[in-house]
Design a protein around this ligand. Structure first.
Ligand code: F6R
Length: 247
């Protein structure tokens, strides 16, 4: 399903309300709520609204367990470019989540440690009962997480080479392509597809062509977001501009 909103703020409020009601529903059942989280510009307004709900409407994150999709590799947690830093600044520093319930792929491992680490990241998700709700953005090439074009539908959490287009998009933050990481650790497509609910956010004209491809064109591993066509509880939440090429 595609939900079109006038603007990203209205859309993010609606998504935040769904996230909040899931957290509260689980709280009432004395259960943990497992959220899959994304970074990048798309979820910023969602996180701002969740922070507001925490501060003004008593939304507690004490029963939230989070698993982020990805992290650049190599990347130190304290770097201004790390997704650890991004998540702290956008969300975790402003809510009452327990630090031990936060999981973000570790960009500081040695190459030899990565495969085992990725397996254990997936095992932890499974031990927690799987992801209740996964938030996604979409790359200009159709990537979800850092599952770039060509990723398989059954791909696991792993170290990946970033597409040139992904590195170009990131290079403004890194002040040039030569400083931009070439690799990242990403949750695989299969764990994303196993999430019980998936919400993909896309804002702006620049995302309109890839949103159309993902939603209306054939299922293809050239556009990993098109895999979501086979998910039974996915919504694409988009603004007017991102929806502008949908028929
Ligand atoms: C980030 C991630 C990426 C982004 C995508 C869109 O954790 O997994 O797939 O969601 O690159 O990025 P923005 O939102 O910056 O356009």
């Amino acid at each position: 399903n595609t939900h079109v909103f006038n603007n990203s703020l209205d859309a993010s409020k609606e998504v935040a309300a769904e996230v909040a009601s899931l957290i509260r529903e689980k709280q009432a059942q004395q259960k943990m709520c497992v959220l899959g989280l994304a970074t990048g510009s798309s979820p910023k307004s969602l996180y701002a609204e969740l922070v507001r709900l925490h501060k003004e409407e008593n939304l507690s994150f004490k029963n939230v367990i989070s698993f982020n999709l990805d992290e650049y590799y190599p990347m130190k947690a304290e770097s201004i470019h790390s997704y650890v830093r991004f998540m702290n600044e956008q969300l975790f520093d402003h809510v009452d989540i327990n630090a031990e319930n936060v999981h973000i792929p570790d960009g500081t491992l040695s190459k030899q440690e990565i495969a085992e680490y990725c397996n254990s990241y997936e095992s932890k998700i499974e031990e927690m009962g799987g992801i209740d709700l996964q938030i996604l953005g979409i790359g200009g090439n159709g990537h979800i997480g850092f599952n770039e074009s060509g990723s398989l539908q059954n791909s696991k959490t792993r170290l990946v080479a970033l597409d040139h287009s992904t590195r170009i998009a990131a290079s403004k933050d890194f002040k040039g392509l030569k400083n931009t990481p070439r690799t990242a650790i990403t949750l695989g497509v299969s764990k994303i597809m196993e999430a019980r609910r998936v919400i993909l956010l896309a804002w702006g004209e620049a995302k309109s062509a890839i949103v159309r491809k993902a939603v209306e064109e054939e299922f293809t591993n050239q556009v990993p977001a098109s895999f979501l066509q086979e998910h039974n509880a996915v919504d694409f939440v988009v603004d007017k501009e991102a929806a502008s090429q949908l028929t």
